[in-house]
Write a protein that binds this ligand. Structure first.
Ligand code: CA
Ligand code: CA
Length: 233
């Protein structure tokens, strides 16, 4: 992924909202104030990081719309990531099934992956190595691997996110309860208690957040649009 070596800092003054992200790879600003992660092109990867670090000691909620494409047989999906990778705003993971976040195998720390980290994946393509079910799904991830034991798909074997629709996504962190809650289209699709500051980030409170996505042999246009941010920096 040679193009991932180029990091584009957008510093335009005309669109202040757009200036808040660092874009990597195929990520690009769109006309509708959304940010493309991947075009509908094979072997693409894009990442967008919010330019200001998040403080995990504070309440944090973000509300976005995400778009995962219009081809049911497309790939691969989007992740929402929070990390403290030593590469900082240049951190990226592997393409294809790793969605720009993870690595090919959870057992081998080889190739590019973002860690330490947590992520929420919106996965649109089944991959055996990552323990994916045959349908689209949402899963909680950690430590730069896309492998997951559990997932959410609304108990619907034909659950499909590649329906040419925007899907509302919310992520909430409640530091007093150490609780993560994730909504998709108004439904809670993940909730868990985790000591992010100490168990995941080794005591670090200021971490980077954003979105990653990639494609493989199959592809889809994938992007996100901000609806609301509630955070103290
Ligand atoms: Ca997958
Ligand atoms: Ca699908």
């Amino acid at each position: 992924m040679r193009k991932l070596l180029f990091i584009f800092f957008y510093t335009g003054i005309a669109a202040l909202a757009q200036a808040q992200y660092t874009l990597i790879g195929d990520a690009a600003y769109m006309k509708n104030d959304c940010i493309q992660l991947t075009p509908d092109v094979a072997y693409s990867e894009g990442i967008a990081y919010y330019n200001t670090r998040l403080n995990l000691q504070n309440f944090f909620q973000v509300d976005f719309d995400i778009y995962l494409g219009d081809k049911e047989e497309g790939a691969d999906g989007i992740t929402f990531v929070i990390h403290n990778d030593k590469r900082g705003f240049e951190a990226f993971g592997t393409w294809g099934e790793c969605m720009g976040y993870g690595r090919w195998s959870k057992y081998y720390r080889a190739g590019a992956y973002i860690a330490p980290s947590i992520a929420i994946e919106f996965d649109t393509y089944q991959n055996w190595r990552q323990n994916d079910p045959p349908h689209d799904h949402v899963a909680y991830l950690e430590d730069g691997t896309n492998y997951h034991d559990t997932y959410w798909h609304n108990n619907n074997p034909s659950f499909n996110l590649e329906d040419d629709m925007l899907h509302s996504f919310s992520f909430r962190w409640e530091p007093d309860k150490q609780r993560i809650t994730v909504w998709l289209d108004g439904e809670i699709v993940y909730q868990g208690v985790r000591d992010l500051i100490y168990a995941v980030f080794g005591g670090e409170t200021r971490v980077i957040w954003g979105f990653t996505a990639s494609t493989g042999r199959a592809s889809n246009l994938q992007y996100f649009c901000l609806r609301n941010l509630a955070l103290k920096e």
